[in-house]
Design a protein around this ligand. Structure first.
Ligand code: EPZ
Length: 417
């Protein structure tokens, strides 16, 4: 088990360069299955989820070269089928993208039920609804999902729930379907746009990504292409929160400020200084920050992936803060760990009530999921004394070189096996 030791009390200062977006990368790598030509994906984050997906492609006969750590050259022409077994699919939720991509290329795919952070039930009924609307037959047997179709025909699909994964998966399956597909009530996250741009670069015809209506005109074939992943707005938001919590002064570099508007607005509401430039954001603290209320919503609302790190900041803000988690029903597992560090947080269902305390105390705590781990790191950076965080493998799934980046910013932090 990987552990992390942090000695709190250091203000973060300096510049941090944000890496490619995990949640875009984990869709782009499987999307290369849709063409027999070579794709080059740049600005990939060096995280275990991307490595796992590369291995899954290799296991299916694809050639995946990673000469530099942030570039993958992928040739799936030798793939004969798309079957992601339990051992490979269990580690990450994004294995479900092999369904849409496999269906689009081979008209058949088999994927073991996807894994991923335990933050709620995480059904995939909307993915299945989309595949069936396109003419596929979907069966689930012994934990393996099989999708297959004689042919895929464009359809109008109204999403019952705004789902990032289902929106992307239906796009992957629909780009070479016969006729036009309309996805209504689609997710609008920046990575939906990034995947649509990648597909269009391959020769697809996807219009409207980033709005709640996406129109896809089927094409007969897709070509290889070169694409750079957009910056990770959740990684960037995490460093913005850490800079504020440690009362430091940090330049978060290589971001798209528009993608971070909800976090910027919330930090400013707390009297944190946030200055935007065209591709960077500076966060600093010149006066005590006050508590606020946060409600997680689909983009462009406050992202659910940042409510956990944010709770560590609110834990030491003056007054009472309220977090309402509207996306996932089980995303407060970090609260018990923060309370062991002296936080005063009570949860009731999807609501957390946070009474700001003067300071947190270092303790031995456990990461229960990726963003819970991020919350504990923020807490460890500001706690008095030493914090030991175990189960850090969750964090390394989604944060590129987080120990190196925080050390660079002046944190006293080291990982131990
Ligand atoms: C993606 O998960 C991200 N993961 C999550 O990030 C992120 O929290 C989430 O989107 C929301 O932004 C990846 O991209 C790999 P959803 P996903 O489908 O696609 C319900 C992180 O920390 N739903 O948008 O699983 C679902 O239960 C991870 O980086 C259905 O009901 O999220 C949830 O309540 C955690 N049926 C809501 O929709 C479905 O078929 C949003 O889920 C699908 C989803």
């Amino acid at each position: 088990m990987d552990k992390l030791l942090i000695k709190g009390g250091h203000k973060l200062k300096g510049t941090v360069n944000i890496s490619g977006f995990k949640n875009a990368a984990v869709a782009l790598v499987p999307a290369t299955i849709l063409t027999e030509e070579t794709c080059i994906i740049e600005n990939l984050p060096n995280i275990s989820d991307v490595k796992d997906l590369g291995d899954m492609l290799r296991n299916l006969g694809a050639s995946v070269l990673q000469n530099q750590k942030d570039v993958m050259e992928i040739d799936t022409s030798n793939m004969k089928e798309c079957f992601a077994d339990f051992d490979s699919a269990k580690n990450l939720r994004a294995s479900y993208y092999f369904l849409g991509a496999g269906l689009g290329r081979f008209k058949k795919a088999k994927v073991a039920y996807p894994g991923g952070c335990s933050i709620g039930s995480r059904p995939i009924d909307q993915h299945i609804k989309g595949f069936e609307a396109l003419g596929a037959k979907v069966t689930v047997d012994h934990g393996v999902i099989t999708v297959e179709a004689e042919k895929l025909v464009g359809a109008d699909i109204y999403m019952d729930v705004v789902s990032v994964g289902a929106t992307i998966n239906i796009m992957l399956a629909a780009v070479m379907a016969e006729g036009t597909t309309v996805i209504d009530n689609a997710a609008k996250e920046p990575h939906i746009v990034d995947v649509a741009n990648f597909l269009n670069c391959m020769g697809a015809n996807v219009r409207g990504a980033g709005t709640d209506v996406i129109k896809i005109k089927g094409v007969s074939k897709l070509n290889g292409c070169r694409h750079a992943v957009i910056p990770d707005q959740i990684e960037a938001g995490t460093y913005m929160i850490a800079a504020a919590a440690t009362k430091g002064n940090v330049l978060i570099n290589n971001v798209i400020p528009k993608h971070l508007e909800s976090i910027t607005a919330k930090l400013r509401e707390m009297d944190v200084d946030v200055i935007e430039s065209d591709d960077s954001i500076r966060v600093s603290v010149t006066k005590p920050f006050k508590n606020v209320s946060i409600k997680t919503l689909v983009y462009p609302g406050f992202p659910t992936d940042l409510q956990q790190p944010m709770s560590s900041l609110l834990a030491i803000a003056e007054g009472t803060g309220i977090i309402t988690e509207t996306i996932f029903e089980g995303r407060f597992k970090h609260v018990a760990e923060l309370n062991r560090m002296g936080a005063n947080i009570r949860t009731e269902g999807r609501i957390a009530v946070i009474e700001g305390v003067k300071e947190l105390m270092g303790a031995k705590v456990s990461a229960t999921d990726l963003r819970a781990g991020a919350a504990l790191i923020v807490a460890g950076l500001i706690a008095k004394g030493e914090t030991q965080i175990d189960n850090m493998q969750y964090v390394y799934r989604g944060y590129h070189e987080i120990v190196e980046k925080l050390t660079e910013l002046g944190a006293e932090i080291r990982s131990v096996k």
